[in-house]
Design a protein. Structure first.
Length: 89
């Protein structure tokens, strides 16, 4: 039986492929946002935190670093990810 990777794992894979990070962690924090705007009632899949370091960020301003992350995750944002906290390490 094959299982579908979690949304956090799918996002992790997309970031790993696009940004070749040296450090990467994707955390689903949806359960902590139950009842907030954008929560879907399941406790999963709406609110995420990304902790990332990438050589592609070298020399880039914070806005440009975040844009790279948003661009890599656009399909997930379009698919219902409501909130994304980005920590560039």
């Amino acid at each position: 039986m094959t299982t579908t990777p979690s949304l956090a794992q799918q996002m992790h894979d997309a970031l790993a492929q696009r940004l070749t990070p040296s450090t990467l962690e994707v955390l689903d924090e949806s359960a902590a946002h139950a009842g907030h705007v954008g929560a879907n009632g399941t406790g999963f899949g709406t609110h995420f935190r990304v902790r990332i370091a990438s050589p592609l960020f070298t020399g880039q301003r914070r806005v440009a670093q975040h844009r790279l992350v948003y661009d890599a995750l656009q399909e997930f944002i379009d698919g219902g990810v409501h909130a994304l906290a980005i920590e560039v390490l």
